[in-house]
Design a binder for this molecule. Structure first.
Ligand code: FES
Length: 215
């Protein structure tokens, strides 16, 4: 019987056990090393030797940086696919809503702008629901959007939003409306501006209807 180098490396059968230091330094192959069941998960070691000849620490750390990055890219691709799927479902949902709106005679949902083209404090003029219905979209905060008909409720002059002053001004007869509600503040107008209801989907801003108000 072969005498073990280390008296502690002896089990009850009397046969020598692999040294506990085998494979730990990466210098000597681990005597009892057996690759795990998922060998396809192992990357090629830097020294190019097969898994059977690799130190045992590679059992615990079998994935090198390149393969680790590959997994991250796969997750990122999964994220892109799910995002695209959600966007497609959203578009179909808008289409179905428009179908029923048309049947009910309500204005259809329509894309009017994107968040990326409208900075905070910025305004965009658009037409909704008809080609001659001028409206104005105002972004008053990172997540706050307002939209009103641009026709003054007095004699239909074009109103001008002034986000920095918190109001909407009609230059024809010095009428003023509250920016956050569209209600008249001063001057001849007595009725609020019709409000355009909005919704956002990702970067896109949609007009979904007109809220005509008397007070
Ligand atoms: S038209 Fe706007 S105040 Fe008269």
């Amino acid at each position: 019987m072969t005498k073990p180098d280390d008296p502690h490396d002896v089990n009850t059968t009397g046969r020598p056990l692999p040294s506990l230091t085998d494979g730990l330094t990466g210098v000597r192959p681990a005597t009892g090393y057996k690759p795990g069941p998922e060998r396809e998960q192992y990357t090629i070691a830097p020294d190019g030797r097969p898994p059977e000849q690799q130190p045992s620490w590679r059992r615990d750390f079998p994935i090198d940086w390149p393969q680790s990055h590959y997994v991250a890219r796969r997750d990122f691709t999964k994220f892109l696919v799910l995002t695209s799927l959600a966007f497609t479902v959203g578009q179909y949902w808008i289409g179905v809503q428009n179908y029923f709106r048309r049947r009910r005679g309500l204005p259809e949902t329509r894309k009017i702008a994107t968040l990326s083209e409208l900075p905070v404090g910025g305004t965009i003029v658009f037409r909704y629901p008809g080609p001659h219905d001028d409206c104005v979209l105002i972004r008053t905060g990172e997540n706050t959007l307002l939209a009103y008909s641009q026709k003054c409720s007095h004699l239909a002059c074009a109103v001008v939003p002034r986000p920095e002053k918190g109001d909407i001004h009609c230059p024809c007869h010095e009428g003023y409306f509250d920016l956050s509600t569209g209600r008249p503040l001063a001057g001849p107008p007595r009725r609020p501006l019709p409000r355009i209801t909005l919704k956002t989907l990702g970067d896109h801003i949609y007009a979904t209807g007109v809220e005509a108000r008397t007070v």
